[in-house]
Design a protein around this ligand. Structure first.
Ligand SMILES: [Zn+2]
Length: 173
C-alpha cells in the first residue's frame, strides 16, 4: 500500500509494549488495560496485527500455540494475561470449565515476576525435575516461577513441544 511502510520491532520492544499495558491486580490477575473487544479480551496490536492479549501472553511465556488449541483462563477473567492463569484447551474444555469453574479459585499466581521463559529454561527445568531431588517449589523458586507453572511444564500443558523433544530423547517419568 503506497505510503505505508512495514515497521519491524525487536522482540524486546514488542514485549515492552505489551507489558506496559499489563496491570497486576490484587486478585493475582495481570490485566491488559489497553483496548478490549466486546467479550472483554484484550486487543494488542503487534507487528501490524491485532492479537488477543492473552494469546500473545501465552506465546511470550510458553511458545507457539498448537494448531486448534484455545488459550483458556482458570480465573475466568478475559483480560487477564497472567501465565499462571492461562492454559491450553479445546472448546469442550472451555464449556466444561464454565460448568465447574470455582475449583480453580485458589490458583492465584500472585507475584509472578513476568519472567520471560525461553526454550533453554524449559529444558533446564526438565533436567532439574529429572535429575535432581529438588521439589517443584524449589525449582519454581530457582527459576522465579510458581509451582503451578513448573507443574504445567512437567505435565506438558505448557511447552508441549519441549516435552515431546525430551520424552523422545531421555526423559522418563
Ligand atoms: Zn487471572
Amino acid at each position: 500500500m503506497p505510503g505505508w511502510t512495514t515497521v519491524k520491532f525487536t522482540v524486546e520492544q514488542r514485549l515492552e509494549a505489551f507489558f506496559s499495558k499489563i496491570v497486576v491486580q490484587e486478585s493475582g490477575c495481570h490485566e491488559f488495560v489497553g483496548a478490549r473487544n466486546e467479550d472483554g479480551y484484550g486487543n494488542f496490536w503487534d507487528e501490524g496485527i491485532c492479537k488477543k492479549a492473552h494469546r500473545f501472553a501465552w506465546e511470550a511465556f510458553f511458545g507457539r500455540i498448537p494448531e486448534g488449541k484455545l488459550v483458556l483462563h482458570t480465573c475466568d477473567n478475559p483480560p487477564c494475561c497472567n501465565p499462571d492463569h492461562l492454559y491450553l484447551g479445546t472448546d469442550a474444555d472451555n464449556s466444561k470449565d464454565k460448568m465447574d469453574r470455582g475449583r480453580f479459585a485458589s490458583v492465584a499466581g500472585a507475584n509472578n515476576p513476568a519472567a520471560f521463559v525461553t526454550e533453554d529454561h524449559v529444558r533446564d527445568i526438565y533436567a532439574h525435575l529429572r535429575y535432581t531431588t529438588m521439589t517443584q517449589q524449589a525449582i519454581a523458586d530457582k527459576f522465579l516461577l510458581t509451582k503451578g507453572h513448573i507443574n504445567n511444564i512437567k505435565a506438558g500443558r505448557a511447552w508441549p513441544q519441549i516435552q515431546m523433544e525430551i520424552t523422545d530423547a531421555t526423559y522418563v517419568d
